[in-house]
Design a protein around this ligand. Structure first.
Ligand code: GLU
Length: 509
């Protein structure tokens, strides 16, 4: 059997949408499953220069997902170029072939003429489909027009009353009567191909065996089949993936929250979790399993088990899956990701309003101070992650939870609320805590001893440990809620803990 060759063919008109990511991933899964190849083709016949950035973003998002292609614009391959904007000679050649074999014809109608006819039809309450005016031109008339250099497009000569039928893997047998299809343009007057034409020519020349794409292209397939037929080539197989709707059944759009892969990456989703979730959109591992490894997916995946019912995008479910992945992820891996994210966050924080609330210890304008924070992140991150990886749903959440290890943020409202109506001598407690902690040497500064000393301190003051802990949290962490206190103090370290207690005493005195 021939090698399986599939392709993902994005038009760089925006970010990589979650639906397109699913298409890319299913193509990838199928290629891996069948030991075939995935081709990345950029459908950029129609774009302006500034969309170059979009191509880079799409490639980045695919790379982040680890959806790797075997041939593509950046790595080449035997069937390139892999950008449609560089393949015009092929489209021209096949369009000429169709002209020569009278399967297509030149149309000299201008956009204005066509618009006029469209309006005339509309006035009669009729729908205008191309009326074959230019099909009636004889050879001499065509020659004349060509001599005058009149611009023309090339239209397919769609046969009348022909039944076009094909079997879609997901949607089953589909039949369309060609009388419902007008003589559509394959090459525009500016020499650029239309999507249906360039897709067919490229799928043919790139030896694509299986087309797996969104359901929105189902209605294009009959037109593409007409082109295959006119060129006397056999089409690949077709699999159209069901729509992804929002949770409330609407077309998924920005209104329903983040829809680009990039935004999920930035929010702190793990690529493995996103792919696990994508696999569940239109496909099911079994009746109940929601979390499975990629190896398991590849083993089980088949086009035949894709469900034709539109799937619904459920953010909460994705969030849940992500939290499970974070929980079970290799700590050292998480540490690597978090280090980079934290550094980025801190670098950008200078601009945010948080900066006014940071204590002196974090002078974010001073490169040396920032360097010291970065070193501290490197030193401590491995100890910090076990405190948070079971509680957070995203890396973003983890960052927020652990940021106060590196510089404390003061929340004036927390302080005000804390002291309101409380009969507690915070200053005295903090002074005592400071002296207690300072008595522990650097070498002995470890969790069991810290715990014992602080519990004793609460007892000596006749208050519950919870009451003491609240004051300590506020002083050490900026809020009355923190990560487990003893662990926090241990990781902050002796010097930093004492420093924060002093600073806080100053602040409330
Ligand atoms: N460029 C098309 C899109 O982004 C791809 C269509 C296809 O896969 O044939 O929707």
């Amino acid at each position: 059997m021939n090698e399986v060759r599939v392709r993902f063919a994005p038009s760089p008109t925006g970010y990589l949408h979650i639906g397109s990511a699913r298409t890319a991933y299913f193509n990838w899964l199928f290629a891996r499953k069948e030991k075939g190849r995935l081709i990345l083709r950029i459908e950029d016949t129609d774009i302006s220069r500034h969309q170059e950035d979009m191509i880079a973003t799409i490639l980045d998002s695919l790379k982040w997902l680890s959806v790797r292609w075997d041939e593509g614009p950046d790595i080449g391959g035997d069937y390139g170029p892999y950008r449609q904007s560089e393949r015009n000679e092929y489209y021209r050649k096949y369009a000429d072939f169709l002209l020569g074999s009278k399967k297509a014809y030149r149309c000299f109608c201008t956009p204005e003429e066509l618009e006029q006819r469209r309006q005339d039809y509309a006035k009669k309450g009729e729908f205008f489909s191309y009326d074959r005016k230019c099909l009636e031109l004889d050879d001499r008339q065509i020659k004349d027009r060509l001599k005058q250099k009149m611009p023309f497009s090339i239209r397919m000569l769609v046969p009348d009353g022909k039944e076009i039928s094909f079997k879609d893997t997901v949607y089953g047998k589909i039949k369309v009567n060609s009388s419902n299809i007008d003589d559509f343009i394959i090459l525009r007057s500016n020499n650029l191909p239309t999507y249906n034409f360039s897709a067919v020519i490229d799928d043919y020349l790139m030896k694509i065996t299986h087309i797996i794409r969104g359901e929105d292209h189902l209605s294009n397939t009959p037109k593409q089949l007409l082109i295959y037929d006119s060129l006397n080539i056999s089409p690949p197989s077709f699999t159209h993936l069901p729509m992804i709707l929002s949770k409330d059944g609407e077309k998924l759009s920005k209104r329903h929250g983040a829809i680009s892969v990039e935004s999920y990456r930035d929010e702190g989703f793990l690529q493995e979790a996103v792919k696990n979730y994508l696999a569940l959109l239109g496909w099911a591992f079994d009746e109940k399993t929601t979390i499975f490894s990629e190896k398991e997916i590849i083993k089980k995946f088949s086009l035949e088990t894709i469900n034709k019912k539109a799937s619904r995008f459920d953010y909460e479910k994705l969030l849940h899956i992500n939290s499970m992945y974070i929980k079970n992820h290799e700590i050292s891996d998480l540490a690597g990701m978090l280090k980079d994210r934290l550094k980025k966050r801190i670098t950008e924080m200078d601009k945010s309003d948080l900066k006014n609330n940071c204590l002196k210890e974090a002078d974010l304008k001073n490169p040396e101070a920032v360097g010291a924070i970065f070193r501290e992140i490197e030193d401590k991150i491995l100890y910090i992650i076990p405190l948070v990886n079971k509680r957070a749903k995203t890396l973003n959440e983890i960052e927020k939870m652990i940021l106060p290890f590196f510089f404390k943020i003061i929340y004036p409202d927390e302080i005000k609320n804390f002291f309101a109506g409380k009969n507690i001598n915070a200053a005295s407690l903090l002074k005592q805590a400071k002296s207690t902690l300072s008595k522990i040497t650097d070498n002995d500064f470890c969790l069991p001893l810290i715990e014992k000393e602080l519990r004793d301190l609460a007892e000596a003051n006749n208050i519950t440990f919870g009451e003491l802990a609240e004051v300590l949290r506020l002083a050490l962490w900026g809020r009355t809620v923190s990560l487990p206190l003893f662990e926090t103090i241990t990781i902050l370290g002796r010097k930093k803990s004492l420093h924060r207690l002093s600073e806080y005493l100053e602040l409330i005195s």
